[in-house]
Every structure is written in structure tokens, then in C-alpha cells.
Design a protein around this ligand. Structure first.
Ligand code: VGL
Ligand code: ZN
Length: 203
């Protein structure tokens, strides 16, 4: 029995070119993501899933612009353009993503007052999504993480995976970054320091 699972983070229209929070080259990863989905026995997807008026949207804060940082009760929070609103086209998986094999879709960011980058914990680092319990109960302990964006949802998920006792590898050829104010190099350093394995590509 394999203990390996592929976690595909937020491959949604709003994070691809033309979307509300487009990541450069976000759609370029789709062919390799689909190949990996085919190669793994267990596939889990995440879907960023915000209610309209979510507190992570700059539009919910008077006088604020996207990419500003504010202090929330749970800490610093970057403000984003409205994105991945529940039920909208932008929140759907990219039409090229071959998602039918997925055993679980974990939605996150649905609580109005708190954002959730990580697939494991919301941005207060305390409210669990339930993913760790699911993986443990199923004996899936060796995780490969891919998707969008490298320096936000993928990195936060990989760090929480390690802190929760899982093995975590990020496969960079199947990720793209937002890179806001040096976030890519900062998160790369943090992931390396905490024991996430960063691999450029599978050989
Ligand atoms: C993400 C910013 C806001 C991500 C989600 O998927 O990396 N980034 N919401
Ligand atoms: Zn979001």
C-alpha cells in the first residue's frame, strides 16, 4: 500500500492568465499537473473558495488597494483583488485540469473573517481544515505538493504539512509564483529551513 499522495493546490481560473488574481504562467503547469495526476494513486485537490465580501479582499476595506498589508486579529494579512468567489467561473478549476480522479476536494477560505492559504490550517494557524485528519486516517504520509501559487498557498501548505508530521516535497516545475515583495525567495528559504524538499523536476 502506498503512503504517497499528490496535493494539487488551487489550479483555478482566477489564478490563471485572464483571471482576477492571475499568476504569470499559471496555465503552463497544466500538462505536467495532469501527468502527475495520472502517475499518483491518491490525488487531493484544494479550491480557494471565498464568500463575496471576504475580509482578504481589498474591496472590503475602505481606502485599501490590492497587495496592501493590514493587521487582522490573527496577524498580518495581504489584501487581494476579489477572487475565487464561491460558485463563480473564476473559482472553477481550469478547464484543462483533469480533476476527475481526485479522491477529495478540500475547500478553504470560506470563513468571512479569516483567510486560508494553507490546505491544513487557516491563517490564524489554529483553525484546521480537516486535511491532516483525513490523510492520517488513510495512511497517506508522504505528500507531493504542486499548483498555485508557489509562495503562498503551496508554501503555506508544505510548511504546515511538515509541522503536522508529514513528509513534503514541492515539485517546482508544476508550480508558479506570485512573487510579491520578495515572497518567493523568503518562502523558498523558509521551506528549505523547515525540511520541505524542493525539487525542480521529476527525472
Ligand atoms: C492564493 C492569494 C490569495 C493562492 C489564494 O492560492 O496562492 N493566494 N488566495
Ligand atoms: Zn484566496
Amino acid at each position: 500500500m502506498t503512503d504517497k499522495a499528490l496535493i494539487v493546490i488551487d489550479v483555478q481560473n482566477d489564478f490563471c492568465p485572464g483571471g482576477a488574481l492571475a499568476v504569470d504562467g499559471g496555465d503552463e503547469i497544466i500538462p505536467v499537473v495532469n501527468r502527475l495526476i495520472g502517475a499518483f494513486d491518491h490525488v487531493i485537490l484544494t479550491q480557494d473558495w471565498h464568500p463575496a465580501g471576504h475580509s482578504s479582499f481589498a474591496s472590503s476595506h475602505q481606502g485599501r488597494s490590492p497587495f496592501d498589508t493590514i493587521t487582522m486579529p490573527y496577524g498580518e494579512q495581504t489584501l487581494w483583488p476579489d477572487h475565487c468567489i464561491q460558485g463563480t467561473e473564476g473559482a472553477q478549476f481550469h478547464p484543462g485540469l483533469e480533476w476527475t480522479k481526485a479522491e477529495l476536494v478540500i475547500r478553504k477560505g470560506f470563513r468571512p473573517a479569516i483567510d486560508s492559504y494553507s490546505a491544513f490550517f487557516e491563517n490564524d494557524h489554529q483553525t484546521p481544515t480537516g486535511l491532516a485528519g483525513y490523510l492520517r486516517e488513510r495512511g497517506l504520509s508522504d505528500l507531493t505538493l504542486i499548483g498555485l501559487a508557489t509562495d503562498f498557498c503551496v508554501a503555506y501548505s508544505a510548511l504546515d504539512a511538515i509541522r503536522s508530521g508529514f513528509k513534503a516535497t514541492v515539485l517546482l516545475e508544476a508550480c508558479r509564483a506570485i512573487d510579491l515583495g520578495g515572497s518567493l525567495s523568503a518562502m523558498t528559504q523558509e521551506m528549505t529551513a523547515e525540511g520541505v524538499v524542493l525539487t525542480e523536476r521529476i527525472v
